[in-house]
Design a protein around this ligand. Structure first.
Ligand code: ATP
Ligand code: MG
Length: 161
């Protein structure tokens, strides 16, 4: 996995070449997260946000047998049994910012767990200031899937290249 440390926003930039590598990168981040961490994922349809979230779950110590899928009707899926509880949220199907608040989703940012939010760029104003931001961009094809640029901004201190 190639990595470099340069972008306009001082994000850490990684390239992955298939879902396993994206998951591994998510796990590296997950191992460094503390309670109340928020991981704000953004990127177009099918880039690998859920795949990255699965990696974060592994990094939190949740078993690999756990099948993590995007919450849709439930809006948030909770997973216990790891080092820290995981809240997996997806803003894609939410109609409005109001719906986000009506569903009480912002409360999960402060419940002592780790919150991972897909489509976080829909309403960036809801994100706590300390959120880790992860942007996924497909940059072509590779043998193992697509070549994905993963930009991680504001990572926890323990997360290094
Ligand atoms: N480098 C890669 N990283 C992650 N996923 C990859 C990569 N290359 C190919 N894939 C494939 O791309 C798909 C990504 O699906 P995933 O559900 O993680 O995306 P998503 O961004 O969550 O989608 P959605 O926008 O629907 O929520 C999977 O089928 C995965 O196998
Ligand atoms: Mg998804």
């Amino acid at each position: 996995m190639a990595s470099a440390c340069a972008s306009a926003e001082d994000a850490l930039v990684f390239y992955t070449f298939g879902p396993d590598e994206t998951k591994r990168l998510g796990a590296r981040l997950g191992r460094c997260l503390n309670p109340d961490a928020v991981v704000a994922l953004s990127g177009d349809l099918g880039t690998g946000k859920t795949c990255f979230a699965r990696g974060v779950a592994l990094g939190l110590g949740l078993p690999s047998s756990l099948h993590i899928t995007s919450p849709s009707f439930s809006l948030v899926n909770e997973y216990e049994g790891g080092r820290i509880r995981l809240y997996h949220m997806d803003a894609y199907r939410l109609e409005s910012l109001e719906a986000f608040f009506d569903a009480g989703l912002e409360e999960y940012f402060y419940e002592g767990g780790v919150a991972v939010l897909e489509w976080s760029d829909r309403w960036p104003q809801v994100l706590p200031a300390g959120s880790v931001r992860v942007l996924l961009v497909i940059e072509g094809l590779s043998e193992g899937g697509h070549r994905l640029r993963v930009e991680i901004s504001n990572p926890p201190e323990a997360f290094t290249i």
